[in-house]
Design a protein around this ligand. Sequence first.
Ligand code: SF4
Length: 455
Amino acid sequence: MNHASNATKFNQNEPRVDWHDGALWFVRQKRDRAAVQVPEWEELRALASRIKEHTLARLDQYLPEFEEKALQNGIRVHWAADAAEHNRIVLGILQQHGFRHMVKSKSMLTEECHLNPFLEQNGIEVIDTDLGERIVQLRREPPSHIVLPAIHLKKQDVGDTFHTHLGTEAGASDPQYLTEAARQHLREKFLGAELALTGVNFAIAETGGFVVCTNEGNADMGVHLARVHIACMGIEKIIPKAEHLGVFLRLLARSATGQPITTYSSHFHRPRPGQEMHLVIVDNGRSAQLNRPDFRNSLKCIRCGACLNTCPVYRRSGGHSYHNAVAGPIGIILAPNLDLHKNADLPFASTLCGSCSNVCPVKIDIHDQIWRWRQVVTAAGEVEVSKSLGMRLLGAVLSGPVGFRLAGRAARLALRGLPFMLKNRWNPWFKQRELPEPPPQSFRDWYVSNRKRPS
Ligand code: SF4
């Protein structure tokens, strides 16, 4: 479970890596075109960032306000300190009704809590109803992207998966044919579902209602057919007022896929007559992150995925390399908070180019936080021995002129006479790079012999 070795595996198929890179860059470009069409784009980003900043500083006010209004609306509210409690609450509701089948629309929180395997172990059939999520579920894979869960798969892969699990024609890969097959398959599951679970994009303290954004209408279909609706949200999903919603809805879809708005922005305020509605509000490490001044901004995230689409490392290493529910730059700054030891490699899966921070609709300083996590990981002694030894050696070389000069001379000699000293399997830097031509002398030597002396 290491990003570098997982990425090495992903990189074995170079044409697929190029295709993956191109597919995500296409989405990034769509985002750019959508953003420039909104003249007040930068003001919207700044406003969204300030609203989140304000709310995160007053969660103790807004969360109880939201709970009170939700209860008044007839929603049953549950609080979960961690993933295990979240999963127990969901299972408890299912068991209380004697239900064994549920449909689920996309929720990264339930991925983070590993809800599906937990429920399956307890005899519950869970069907993911978002098309991409269903594809990866049939393949027993986790999503590789927070918005585009099956972006690592080509239509031929989907055709093979559907042939195996849904009985479509062997070799068929026409997207319309495959989508229709998925539609028929999911329709049956919707009709048989006893309970529907959704995520929450925004929860409004003022009204006690919440909004779920999808492009396929699968959340609505599930909720409208099932007798019980459970919505699961992290504590950071709260926004103070309904009037703030427009700011985020305008940013979310444009940043995610370049659409002006998600196809369905469904507002839920109360259960319909005869229906039961539950809301599970989850902490699972968010309070701890809130308590870290350097990293609390990460809780502003609205999960648009733009930072993944633009990241050169994500695009060329694939989402599964991050061995975490949330991949890419945002995953890098969230995961170490949950388990520093397990995720100590992730802050190094970045070029620190800053493209993620540039596109983030809520202006999270993502690349700065990645850099700061590196320092936390290093201080905690969680860096690989080879890396920490190498860095110590480099620190010693760069901290004095004598060592720097001698190292430069030794490197030029090695480049000329013993290139294998630099380009070998223990030096990952040169794995895909050519050695430079050794210069006849260093810039320092050249400067000393060429500088003009005052006459
Ligand atoms: S960190 Fe910013 S860009 Fe990345 S998913 Fe979250 S909101 Fe989107």
